[in-house]
Design a protein around this ligand. Structure first.
Ligand SMILES: [Ca+2]
Ligand SMILES: [Ca+2]
Ligand SMILES: [Ca+2]
Length: 194
């Protein structure tokens, strides 16, 4: 069993070795506004912050994240938009169905999603969008945006998270079935030789 035990040690190390450090993500270029063009947050450990810019006439920035603790999940926003800081948040599941949204629960006219709002939902992949009031999503699942910003404004924002993490790299996602197949093969060989 020594070789199998060693393999399982590697698995445990992969599971626990990603929990210590937080990730601070800066928008690369301009994040898209639909699922196929959402910016995928990569990294290890917690997701602490995403910093970006609402630019142009009416920017919508959509990010793919992983919610690890739905009870604790929260988003607070700081921003320095050019007029009145009136931004909005929308949270969609992995397929683009809206699960939460907020306009003005944060400081001044900034949005905020409080811990507990996601308690009835499962952990997993989600998408978070930040945009200007009063541009709202269209379709369920998300298929577009109704652009009607009031007022039009631009500027930087930072979203701070609890209960979230980056999306695992594809290689990390595929290592589990590979390790599982190796373990099953080893177990079958052991049974034949016993
Ligand atoms: Ca942007
Ligand atoms: Ca954008
Ligand atoms: Ca707002």
């Amino acid at each position: 069993m020594e070789r199998l035990a060693a393999g399982m040690t590697v698995v445990v190390a992969l599971q626990t070795g990603v929990s210590a450090l937080g990730a601070f993500w800066t928008e690369a270029g301009d994040a898209g506004q639909l699922l196929p063009t959402a910016q995928v947050i990569r990294g290890t450990g917690r997701l602490d912050q995403i910093a970006g810019t609402l630019a142009g006439d009416d920017d919508v920035d959509l990010y793919r994240i992983r919610i690890t603790d739905p009870d604790a999940f929260s988003i607070t926003v700081s921003a320095n938009l050019s007029t009145d800081n009136d931004a909005q948040l929308f949270l969609f599941d992995s397929a683009g169905y809206l699960v939460a949204d907020d306009d003005d629960s944060g400081y001044q006219l900034l949005p905020q999603i409080n811990a507990g709002v996601l308690s009835a939902h499962a952990a997993g992949i989600y998408h978070v969008a930040i945009d200007l009031y009063n541009t709202d999503p269209v379709g369920s699942p998300l298929s577009g945006w109704h652009s009607r910003p009031e007022p039009r404004q631009t500027g930087p924002y930072t979203m701070t998270f609890t209960g979230a993490a980056p999306v695992p790299e594809p290689a990390t996602q595929t290592v589990w079935p590979i390790l599982g197949a190796l373990a099953i093969g080893y177990w079958r060989r052991r049974r034949k030789t016993c």
